[in-house]
Ligand binder design. Structure first.
Ligand code: 5GP
Length: 262
């Protein structure tokens, strides 16, 4: 494969210039980081699993009318996506108290929230992605009111859909983090403007997923909290979603060696 121009390297993904203008290749690494990158590890096979799981979720969400950046999966670790300007916000949706919400508000982990709650964090690694209020978003111009309204509406729709999807495979969706991007509109009455679309990824790296029967964590908290069997848990999620069927469940941690191959 020819060497492509790297645009950006994040903690878990690398972005390369895509084959056509307006496209990007998103490469899923095996690297895992937590606590603002103070904790790091390489988890063999994680990138392969997240690529497949995020592909699956993005396709399902597109089917219910959520616009996403996903175009197609290219190979085990890469997907072709639409180039967008990322809105500098992490949008978090919570159904059950856990993580920083439990710590911040003194609510025991596992307590069901009175309703789903949407929170915003500023995407600033150097500041530890601080929680912010809508007021900050307006005052500093990080998103317009209509962009914010769209992001909140889409987040709640995504939450509803994903809750049902995971419930169908015996998993409770505790919370998740998503990101949005601005896609330039090139045709029609709104040409010259931007459309807000779902970007980044949705995977066990960015969601809390607990087994319904046992409350076993099937997500990145296994890494953050040293619970072990991280890729096994991600494999469990992929298997329950039916993603690994055609590969005879052979996407195991050892498959990381097949990176960059179709
Ligand atoms: P918390 O604020 O409790 O740490 O996280 C809430 C939810 O958002 C969890 O599902 C967590 O995995 C996700 N999340 C929060 N910040 C990040 C982040 O910087 N990267 C990723 N991948 N997920 C995040």
């Amino acid at each position: 494969m020819s060497r492509r121009k790297q645009i950006y390297e994040g903690k878990a993904k690398i972005l390369y210039e895509g084959p056509e203008p307006g496209t990007i290749v998103q490469y899923f690494k095996d690297d895992a980081t937590a606590f603002n990158a103070q904790k790091k590890a390489t988890l063999d096979g994680k990138g392969v699993l997240n690529n497949r799981i995020s592909e699956f979720v993005m396709i399902r969400l597109a089917e219910i009318g959520i616009p996403t950046h996903f175009i197609k999966r290219l190979n085990m670790r890469e997907q072709l996506i639409k180039a967008v300007e990322i809105v500098p916000l992490e949008v978090i949706c919570r159904n059950v108290a856990a993580g920083t919400m439990s710590k911040r508000l003194g609510i025991e982990e596992g307590e069901k929230l009175p309703r789903s709650i949407v929170e915003f964090c500023l995407k600033r690694d150097d500041l530890g992605d601080p929680l912010i209020a809508e007021e900050h978003i307006h005052a500093f111009g990080w998103a317009t009111q209509s962009e914010l309204d769209e992001m909140i509406a889409m987040t709640l729709r995504i939450n509803d859909y994903l809750q049902g999807m995971f419930s169908g495979i015996g998993i409770n969706l505790i919370d998740f983090k998503i990101e949005f991007g601005r896609l330039p509109i090139t045709e029609g009455a709104n040409a010259g403007g931007y459309q807000i679309i779902l970007a980044d990824e949705i995977s066990p790296d960015s969601c809390r997923l607990w087994d319904r029967e046992t409350n076993k964590k099937l997500d990145k908290d296994r890494f953050r909290r040293d619970l072990g069997d991280v890729t096994e848990a991600y494999t469990e999620v992929a298997t329950r979603l039916g993603i690994l069927k055609e590969a005879n469940n052979k996407i195991t941690p050892t498959l990381s060696v097949v990176s960059n191959e179709d």
